[in-house]
Design a protein around this ligand. Sequence first.
Ligand SMILES: CC(C)(COP(=O)(O)OP(=O)(O)OC[C@H]1O[C@@H](n2cnc3c(N)ncnc32)[C@H](O)[C@@H]1OP(=O)(O)O)[C@@H](O)C(=O)NCCC(=O)NCCS
Length: 179
Amino acid sequence: MILTTDRTVLRPFRDEDATALYEFSRLHQVADAAGWPPHQSVEDSLRVIRSVFASPHVFAVTDRETGTLLGSAGFVGRSRGGYGPDDELGYSLDPRWWGRGIMTEVCRRLIFYGFEEMGLSAIWGTCYDGNDRSRRVMEKCGFQKMFSEMLEDDLGTHLTHFYLLLRPAAGEEELWRNT
Ligand SMILES: CC(C)(COP(=O)(O)OP(=O)(O)OC[C@H]1O[C@@H](n2cnc3c(N)ncnc32)[C@H](O)[C@@H]1OP(=O)(O)O)[C@@H](O)C(=O)NCCC(=O)NCCS
């Protein structure tokens, strides 16, 4: 599946992306915020491409004009229940591209994809306390903060904020369809 936005093409990852993926996934400023250990080598990135990123709902974010890999984004395959079919949106971007609205643009397209193509009723997003860039992406996409809790993962224990976006009711789809 290939999705497009004004500035990006979202496509499946391929093995050849490993070097470019490693270049930004080795950085603490990306990995620590995203909640996974920094990639240690190109081989490490290749393993991620062939495992976590092999899901049909995870996309390589590429520059629409040059094809350069900018980041990763997609649904991580985690359900929290309670609102019908649901999944969690995750994303990371090469810091050279931060602050230009790119991930907000990408997430809006993925939200549309999640509701329309995956048939989701609810989309979750999470971020560690202090990850204001990610928080803003979710807020700009219409997510509402639901709760916060201390969460333990590979990197330790963090105060984590949970955000939710429900599929709009009939007649209110323009909120996300026209973004
Ligand atoms: C989170 C991330 C994907 C954001 O991508 P991006 O394309 O830079 O995001 P956008 O430009 O669409 O939006 C970023 C927002 O954060 C704001 N922002 C930028 N720097 C900020 C800072 N230091 N403090 C608070 N907000 C900041 C921007 O102003 C923008 O909000 P605005 O449009 O209201 O001004 C990127 O920073 C990243 O990859 N971070 C590391 C991995 C990560 O955190 N992943 C998410 C895990 S939950």
